[in-house]
Design a protein around this ligand. Structure first.
Ligand code: LMR
Length: 397
């Protein structure tokens, strides 16, 4: 039965890890996948996480099944993190949150649920978007189109183009929006622009699906939730996928959440009953450990503070690397102005390197980047940045 099976191409992001691991050069650098590394080149285990894990291991909890939607303590903590603990949406019981297998898992449960609800809808993603968005929504059965987003000339957002495209969408289209730290471009829209987006979404009767995988990596937990605040205040119904992979450095634990805002508590209850069916037929219920650790950190004032401090440390180190990369490229006589790297937000820089230049970085230097020219600035450190700057300078010649 497998005789005619064709070899699938490697995943454009995770496939880079496979190629990187197979590379035997000692100087290789992996700037592909969005993972934060310390200045020592290690994935950190955060102190707040370590403390919560220690308590949990000492308590030696049994590992029974979780509820289909995950633990209430986790889901409530997630909703409070997204909307603020005093949010009217939470007080009204209008939101449902389920623990999902990372941000990707949240998107997939949301996509599968929306397909049942709106089988004829089209999904719109930004041009460009995270590599997996298109594949994920297509695999849920939706046609996927782009809306204008990045403006290569200004290295910012083509906001007029974005609005114009939103205005063309048929009613009940699903619009995937990056809530902050746009992946891959690092170019976000302003609060005032978000207001306009929300207004068009309302006017056109569209469905916003906000992907929030990098909360805390631009300016801070609260500051990065500006889009969510505006959607929450709008009275619209919408979906949010969120993730603790990056902000808690819990990549492999697959801790994320899908949150859906309904128009009433009663409606939210019915939506939850349907989402649970999607989960039950996919993976039954989520794993225990990661969610329990996140819930413990978020519900302890001390650990929460420690976590926010650690997150700030990651954010600041990435900013330093942005600055340093720009300086080092300039010092090497690169003619092109790379100062835009400093303005980009989140883990990534959309460098403008071509597919050929990215390929050359890999073959000649063992520096791995995504084919679109996206590099993970969070993987740069004081030991590898000179080598990377040399490599980029060489491929630009
Ligand atoms: C990325 O964009 O590199 C991350 O979101 C990791 C992933 O799953 O692709």
């Amino acid at each position: 039965i497998f005789a005619a099976v064709e070899m699938a191409p490697r995943d454009p992001i995770l496939g880079l890890n496979e190629a990187f691991n197979a590379d035997t050069r000692a100087t290789k650098v992996n700037l592909g996948v969005g993972v934060y590394f310390t200045d020592e080149g290690k994935i950190p285990l955060l102190g707040a996480v370590k403390a919560a894990e220690k308590t949990r291991i000492e308590a030696a909890p049994a590992r029974g099944y979780q509820p289909i939607e995950g633990a209430a303590a986790y889901n409530n903590a997630v909703a409070a993190l997204l909307f603020g603990k005093d949010s009217a949406l939470l007080a009204n019981g209008q939101t449902i949150t389920i623990e999902a297998l990372g941000g990707t898992g949240a998107l997939k449960v949301g996509a599968d649920y929306l397909k049942r609800l709106l089988p004829n809808a089209t999904v719109y993603i930004s041009d460009p978007s995270w590599e997996n968005h298109r594949a994920l929504f297509e695999s849920a059965g939706f046609p996927v189109s782009n809306y204008a987003y990045y403006d290569a000339a200004t290295r910012g957002v083509n906001f007029e183009g974005m609005l114009a495209d939103l205005r063309q969408m048929p009613a009940q289209s699903i619009v995937v929006l990056h809530a902050c730290c746009h992946n891959p471009t690092g170019a976000d829209i302003t609060a005032a622009q978000w207001e306009q987006v929300v207004a068009v979404i309302r006017e056109r009767n569209l469905i916003g699906f906000l992907d929030m995988a990098y909360q805390g990596f631009a300016d801070g937990i609260k500051e990065d939730a500006v889009a969510l605040d505006l959607f929450a205040a709008s009275g619209l119904q919408f979906l949010v996928s969120s993730s603790f992979s990056k902000s808690f450095s819990l990549y492999g634990e697959r801790v994320g959440a899908l949150t859906i805002v309904a128009s009433s508590k009663e409606e939210a209850g019915r939506v939850m009953s349907q989402v649970k069916r999607v989960v039950r037929t996919n993976y039954s219920n989520p794993p225990t450990h990661g969610g329990a650790v996140v819930a413990a950190v978020l519900s302890s004032p001390e650990l929460r503070q420690q976590w926010e401090d650690e997150l700030a440390g990651m954010r600041l180190r990435i900013r330093e690397m942005r600055k340093s990369l720009v300086e080092k490229l300039a010092a090497r006589g690169v003619a092109q102005d790379f100062s835009f790297v400093i303005k980009q937000r989140g883990m990534f820089s959309y460098t403008g390197l071509t597919v050929e230049q990215v390929e050359k970085l890999k073959t000649d230097f063992g520096v791995y980047a995504v084919g679109t020219g996206r590099i993970c600035v969070a993987a740069l450190n004081t030991k590898n940045i000179d080598y990377v700057a040399d490599a980029i300078t060489a491929v630009l010649k």
